[in-house]
Design a protein around this ligand. Structure first.
Ligand SMILES: *Cc1c(COP(=O)(O)O)cnc(C)c1O
Length: 425
């Protein structure tokens, strides 16, 4: 029997380091291993490439190099943004209770930070989303108030691919700052978790209108454990460090810089950007194809926006991305198979050499139902339990999807037969 190659359809969880990134980072693991804070030649070489990487990333985000803070990944970036601002606000709060706004569909790296702030005495509003996963601008508008410190809304959802209209949402906060903010009070800031965006969505911070933005290299073909936090220069004094020590990264993020990781990350981001336009179109086609085919299976439902292009059903805006209207991340497909356990489907597909995910890889090992799928109004257990996420990337081909569809159909058929038999007993 011909053995099929491994089919990896979990790019939203991890991407392989691209050849360009690997080549760029390798010397900084071996011959150029210097500490960027050392004053000898080895150290200066490390410092130089570190600053080069910072410039390259700042160019891509359209900000100043000094607005880039290197971190240990997306989780740390989100933690630094939210806990950093939150703890500072709590410290200076006096008698009032600082208020924060986020959404019910954020990644755990964001949600757990807000839970922590609640424990420390902050008030947090978790905005509801509609059935496609969108935040309504009006709902945000009503939530912002005199005690609000920070709004955090993710750019693209890692489970269901919903792309929020960040420019519109951030404008609401800016208008509030200009028109309604008490004189002398620091403005409400806007953070976006943009970990899923690179390679598909516009990353320019001024287009987005954000004050803070988080990225994770491992989601754009860079090394794991490496991330970026963008912070507008005029506001970095509102960020209390979460790591203390040698005062690296302008005192905001202590610890020896991960030079090889940072070099690899900046190269990976350049490459992702270069291929972005072509890859977005190629992957959009694959996504549309798969969605069309998977919906032919009986009792299968797409979770999240149905189409990547075109207007969303529930709101009258269309997120504009690289001149194209994108309402869903091109690489993301999330569907429910009625009556079967998503984890069973995942394991049987794995046995066939196909890697997919059940909702989120981040709730490791737990069979808890996804908070995102619940938030978009999926209530029935028979739909909640059968969630499968397929995420496409660089090496995905139509043949991969055809093979996956074929195996998927067989697995669903078998699992349904088993559960029918069980219900007869
Ligand atoms: C992966 C991811 C994170 C966490 O990034 P790590 O680098 O794994 O810490 C946060 N938010 C989103 C949306 C992600 O996809």
């Amino acid at each position: 029997m011909k053995k099929h190659k491994l089919i990896y359809l979990d790019y939203a969880a991890a991407t392989p380091v691209c050849a360009e990134s690997l080549k760029a980072l390798e010397p900084f693991l071996s011959e150029n291993f210097g500490n960027a804070s050392s004053l000898h030649k080895q150290g200066m070489k490390a410092r130089m490439v570190l600053e080069e990487s910072r410039r390259s990333i700042s160019n891509i985000l359209g900000c100043r190099p000094e607005e880039i803070i290197f971190t240990g990944g997306g989780t740390e970036s989100c933690n630094l943004a939210i806990l950093g601002m939150g703890r500072m606000a709590l410290k200076n709060a006096g008698r009032s209770k600082p208020h924060f706004i986020t959404t019910r569909v954020e990644h755990h790296a964001v949600l757990e930070c807000f839970r922590e702030l609640e424990g420390l005495g902050a008030r947090v509003t978790y905005l509801n989303v509609d059935k496609e996963g969108y935040i309504s601008p009006d709902v945000l508008k009503k939530a912002v108030g005199p005690e609000t410190v920070l709004v955090s809304v993710m750019y693209a959802n890692n489970e269901i691919g919903t792309v929020q209209n960040i420019p519109v949402l951030s404008k609401i906060v800016h208008s509030y700052n200009i028109n309604s903010r008490t004189k002398g009070k620091a403005p409400v800031l806007f953070h976006t978790d943009a970990c899923q965006a690179p390679g598909f969505l516009d990353l320019k911070v001024n287009f987005l209108g954000v004050d803070l933005l988080s990225l994770s290299a491992s989601k754009f073909y860079g090394p794991k454990g490496c991330g970026v936090l963008f912070v507008r220069k005029e506001f970095n004094n509102r960020l209390q460090p979460i790591l203390f020590g040698g005062g690296q990264e302008g005192g905001i993020r202590s610890g020896t810089e991960n030079v090889s990781g940072i070099v690899g990350m900046s190269r990976a981001l350049e490459v992702a950007l270069k291929h972005s336009a072509n890859e977005t179109l190629r992957i959009l086609k694959l996504q549309n194809y798969f969605v069309g085919e998977v919906l032919k299976i009986k009792d299968v439902k797409i979770n999240g926006p149905l189409n990547s292009s075109g207007p969303t059903k529930s709101l009258d805006f269309k997120p504009k991305v690289q001149g194209k209207m994108l309402s869903r991340l091109p690489g993301n497909i999330n569907f429910s198979v009625k009556g079967v356990e998503g984890e069973d489907v995942m394991l049987y597909l794995d046995a066939k050499g196909i890697c997919v995910s059940t909702g989120s890889a981040c709730s490791t090992g737990s069979t808890e139902r996804s908070h995102v799928i619940k938030s978009i109004g999926v209530k029935a257990e028979e739909w909640l339990k059968g969630v499968i996420r397929i995420s496409l990337g660089k090496f995905t081909t139509k043949e991969d999807l055809d093979y996956t569809l074929k195996e998927l159909k067989e697995i669903i058929y078998k699992l349904r037969q088993v559960s029918e038999k069980q219900s007869l007993v």
